[in-house]
Design a protein around this ligand. Structure first.
Ligand SMILES: [Zn+2]
Ligand SMILES: [Zn+2]
Length: 244
């Protein structure tokens, strides 16, 4: 074995214990022993490098970093979308609350909402006297200009929301009909409403506002009660003169 053969074989198998190889190493005077030493050290270093412990879970962490990046991007996309959706939702809810709030402040809403405390009044059947009815309006600084409708069974000065009112119940055809008179013109034109089981009509009077409402009363009864209170509050319309 010459030096070239020795070095070629050693490069291929640094750890070889081949007898001819080792014999050349021990006998050679051309530096093959030193070459063998370097080869062993290189091999030692290489093995040491390979033997370095791989940090635990490194592969998992690399995958995690990748997955986390993906997830962050996904979250970011989702968050952007959520933020947009939320702002749209907030706009809708806001508008809904606004309209609901505006609606809750409406006269029909306030009228219906104030009813529970005076539901018993619907069952009263004893007619009130004209003086009692008149007294109820005086309590709201209003004087009746015409006779009160017949069959008034309840007169009470109460408040509808923020508005001072005269709360009246009259019976016609055995149907109780509520009338709420509020001084001050609050609406420009009369409109019907249906709300929480109540049928009603808010009526624009001269200088005042009337809400007529009932649960299940006929339209004709409601209309008759409305006419009755309008005549009592505004005074009977003189034929030919019309509304002032
Ligand atoms: Zn040699
Ligand atoms: Zn009332």
């Amino acid at each position: 074995m010459n030096c070239l053969d020795f070095r070629r074989r050693l490069s291929a198998e640094p750890r070889s214990r081949d007898r001819a190889l080792l014999a050349h190493r021990d006998a050679c005077k051309e530096g093959c022993a030193a070459f063998w030493q370097r080869a062993q050290r290189f091999e030692d270093d290489f093995e040491t490098a390979l033997a370095m412990p791989v940090p635990e879970g490194l592969a998992d962490r690399i995958l995690l970093v990748h997955a986390t990046g993906e997830r962050r991007r996904e979250m970011s996309r989702r968050r952007t979308w959520m933020a947009m959706a939320a702002s749209v939702l907030i706009a809708f809810v806001g508008a809904g609350l606004f309209w609901r709030h505006a609606d809750l402040g409406s006269l029909p809403a306030l009228a219906v909402a104030h009813m529970p405390e005076e539901m018993d009044a619907l069952d009263l059947t004893q007619p009130m006297t004209d003086a009692q009815v008149e007294a109820g309006f005086v309590g709201r600084a209003t004087h009746l200009k015409g006779p009160a409708p017949v069959g008034v069974t309840y007169v009470h000065d109460c408040t509808v929301g923020p508005y001072p009112a005269v709360h009246l119940v009259s019976r016609m055809n055995d149907e109780p009909v509520v009338a709420l008179y509020m001084p001050g013109k609050m609406i420009d034109k009369s409109t019907d409403f249906h709300r929480d089981g109540w049928d009603g009509r808010q009526v624009a009077l001269r200088g005042g506002t009337l809400v007529v409402m009932a649960q299940g009363a006929s339209r004709s009864t409601m209309a008759a009660v409305e006419r009755g209170w309008r005549a009592a509050i505004e005074g009977p319309a003189a034929p030919g003169v019309g509304q002032i």
